[in-house]
Design a binder for this molecule. Structure first.
Ligand code: HEM
Length: 285
């Protein structure tokens, strides 16, 4: 499973229960200072499930409630919003983002065989207000996380989600089905709203990401320095050649499934200095 889930899970635990609880949690799951999860790595699903069970024991909260709260945090926290900005910036409202997630999760699964986000099926449900029936059949059966993610998606756009699970795999059904309706929440500020200055900065970041995608190879990969040289040959200058901003552009593309690297593919020879990056083609649906 993608490191973004593991890193944001621990950020949720700290935000919700405090640094001391996170410290006890890390001790309990045997996580040392040097093996805290990283966003550019993948980890075994069992580590997350063991972590959820441990957090439930330490907090005396049911695992389903922790996963539900985490699901909302997963979508609205600053790290996901920064890393997934390429994806999030293309949605105008909760329904848009939810409908985009089948293809977006599918594209993300191109980044590594260990990344298998859920591929939702949808049906329109008439209203008022109109809604969506979302079919979820992930073998991980994390439907509480999904339920929370619907709530987080609504908050991102200043909306409210009306969610009703009509059948559930945890009760023996072949798949979970959620009826989801997004309604305006007049008094709430969209968590993801950008002001003019932020929108302008975003346009600059997006333009560099598109330029970086155009110079990356389709296989074998390039180091950051080689990408910088390719950009220079393409006439890039100033901030466009700053390694930190090039890496940020590669990370933005990665969290939309357009790039991968020797880190996320667990290449044994991978180190920060010799890390290689390459681009991915559109996934077949
Ligand atoms: C409507 C919004 C979204 C919903 C409902 C949603 C739902 C989920 C759920 C339920 C999972 C847990 C894995 C599973 O069940 O198998 C998941 C995993 C994941 N999601 Fe999403 N997600 C949404 C948006 C996003 C966004 C914006 C990103 C940002 C890039 C993202 C990236 C991921 C990643 C990386 C995983 C881990 C998959 C893996 O490693 O196998 N999701 N998502």
């Amino acid at each position: 499973m993608h490191g973004l889930v593991f890193v944001t899970w621990e950020k949720y635990l700290e935000a919700r229960f405090g640094a001391d609880m996170l410290y006890r949690y890390r001790n309990a799951v045997g996580e040392g200072v040097y093996d805290a999860p990283l966003v550019n790595r993948v980890y075994d699903d069992s580590m997350l499930l063991a972590g959820v069970a441990e957090a439930s024991r330490l907090t005396r909260m049911p695992a389903r409630s922790l996963l539900y709260e985490y699901g909302s945090y997963f979508i609205t926290n600053g790290l996901t919003r920064r890393q997934c900005a390429y994806l999030l910036s293309q949605a105008r409202n909760g329904r848009d983002l939810l409908l985009a997630m089948r293809a977006a999760h599918r594209q993300m699964s191109e980044t590594s065989t260990a990344v298998t986000p859920p591929l939702f099926e949808y049906e329109a449900v008439s209203g008022p207000p109109d809604g969506l029936a979302v079919h979820y059949d992930s073998p991980r059966k994390l439907c509480s996380l999904l339920h929370g993610a619907f709530e987080g998606t609504a908050r991102l756009f200043g909306e409210q989600a009306l969610v009703h699970e009509t059948q559930c795999m945890l009760q023996g059904a072949p798949e979970c089905i959620f009826i989801v309706r997004f309604i305006p929440a007049p008094d709430s500020m969209p968590a993801g709203q950008m002001d003019d200055a932020q929108r302008e900065r975003w346009q600059t970041r997006r333009a560099l990401a598109d330029l970086v995608y155009s110079v990356l190879p389709d296989q074998d990969g390039m180091t950051l320095q080689e990408v910088q040289e390719r950009l220079r040959q393409r006439g890039a200058e100033g901030n466009q050649l700053r390694p930190f901003l090039i890496l940020e552009a590669i990370t933005l593309l990665h969290h939309a499934g357009w790039t991968t690297s020797t880190a996320i593919t667990n290449d044994p020879a991978d180190e920060l200095g010799n890390r290689r990056y390459w681009r991915l083609q559109p996934a077949d649906s």
